[in-house]
Ligand binder design. Structure first.
Ligand code: GP9
Ligand code: MN
Length: 421
């Protein structure tokens, strides 16, 4: 863990210099509301089907927010849970399993634990699915969530079910009933469900046409994306009515892709391209991220190369938490001195200048294939980081690190050394 700490110190930790936007401390004392939109990809933002905007609310909301349009999901097998894992810990997902299942007993230095200890924030999760899905009921405890409002807390009438469960609109409306139970200040996460594969929704619930291509999945994707867009709009309206909106930091994000490479032909049609190359495909892994700070007037698109790994340091900085001893692999989204690559679990890497994907090195921008050596640096550093992150998780290494002082722990307490032996 000492070696990893050295690596993070030299290669990851930013110098807190911010020449542009500086949101240090803006969230202090405020409630944080994070909305995780299922399967929402960035490519549909500002796009239309048959003349109608797919996500009219998000298209507007981004104008009032800091909108990151070059922000990548970095999830693997653990899908939604990997996104939660990355956001909460600033660590990468595992290569062969969902850490939520296989490493739910580890010691983590999660956002939730840090803000509890340092600022007395309480954290909550809302998601109208079975609590044991992705082992959330166990992992949320480990990560320091106070309470998980799972399916048990919702009335799920048969006629209100779309796809996997309670529709997003009723999910938000019913969640609202619990907000006054939360201890302030809080971090509350809301995870939507309707816009999930196979993206099926009753025709009378659909406000826009299906897309027209050979892929039923892509065609239907547009309608459920719109549904979730409307649900988020409704929720933001409800938060305004309750007087919560103007005093909270609202972050709207998404977990991972919904359209796999299997649908590339139809995707090419949608994007007006000849074909989808591995270069295009990696760029399709962008997910929207919008950070709304009350009192801020809009139009703040940020095209910083970034990913889910950057969420934790960004949020902590907004809360004014000094996290310079932490071990994580991302940077504050607003820092000047950021790492210049985004790592994927499958070996792909997006760098500022070059992208490694599908066994080729591409120039970022033109998409031209170039000498592979151009990608060597980002590939090597990427692999190094994934290995370090894996070592932390497999070895439960945070047991040996004192985050407060940035030092190695001298001796494990009895309980921990027993479980170790
Ligand atoms: C399940 C929901 C969807 O509760 O979060 O999970 P996914 O299949 O996207 O990982
Ligand atoms: Mn998901």
């Amino acid at each position: 863990i000492g070696e990893i700490d050295d690596y993070v110190n030299e290669n990851v930790r930013d110098d807190e210099e911010k020449e542009g936007v500086d949101l240090t401390g803006v969230a202090e004392g405020k409630n944080i509301i994070y909305i995780a939109m299922e399967s929402m990809q960035e490519f549909i933002i500002d796009e239309k089907v048959n003349g109608k905007e797919i996500t009219p609310f998000l298209n507007d909301f981004k104008e009032e927010s800091y909108y990151f349009d070059n922000f990548y999901h970095q999830t693997a097998l653990g899908k939604t849970s990997d996104h939660e894992f990355i956001l909460d810990n600033g660590l990468y997902p595992l290569p062969n399993s969902a850490a939520f299942f296989t490493h739910a007993q580890n010691e983590y230095n999660s956002v939730q634990k840090i803000i509890k200890d340092e600022l007395d924030y309480s954290s909550y999760a809302f998601h109208a699915n079975n609590g044991s899905f992705w082992n959330r009921n166990v992992m949320y405890d480990t990560l320091g969530y106070e309470k998980f409002y799972d399916k048990e807390f919702y009335e799920v009438k048969e006629e209100d079910v779309i796809g996997w469960g309670l529709n997003d609109k009723d999910f938000f409306t019913q969640s609202l009933d619990h907000l006054d139970e939360l201890k302030e200040p809080y971090y509350a996460k809301f995870i939507t469900l309707t816009h999930h594969f196979p993206f099926e929704i009753p025709e009378e619930e659909a406000s826009i046409d299906k897309y027209d291509s050979e892929s039923t999945t892509l065609n239907q994707y547009m309608q459920t994306a719109r549904y979730t867009d409307e649900a988020v709009e409704q929720f933001i309206g409800q938060l305004k009515d309750e007087g919560i909106y103007e005093d909270s930091i609202i972050i709207v994000g998404a977990d991972h892709y919904g359209i796999s490479s299997y649908h590339n032909k139809s995707m090419a049609k949608f994007l007006g391209k000849e074909e989808i190359t591995p270069y295009d495909e990696v760029k399709l892994q962008k997910v929207p991220l919008m950070i709304h700070v009350p009192g801020q007037d809009g139009g703040k698109t940020q095209s910083t190369l970034s990913g889910q790994i950057d969420f934790k340091p960004t949020l902590l900085n907004m809360l004014g938490v000094n996290n310079e001893k932490d071990i994580m692999f991302g940077n504050d989204l607003f820092a000047d001195d950021r790492k210049d690559f985004i790592t994927f679990r499958d070996g792909r890497v997006v760098g500022e200048d070059y992208i490694y994907a599908g066994g080729n090195c591409y120039e970022n921008g033109s998409g031209e294939i170039v000498e592979e050596t151009n990608c060597s640096d980002i590939q090597e550093q990427s692999e190094q980081e994934l290995n370090y992150s894996d070592e932390i998780i497999y070895g439960d290494l945070f047991r040996f690190y004192d985050f407060e002082n940035g030092e190695l722990v001298e001796e494990l307490d009895d309980e921990e050394s027993e479980s170790d032996s």
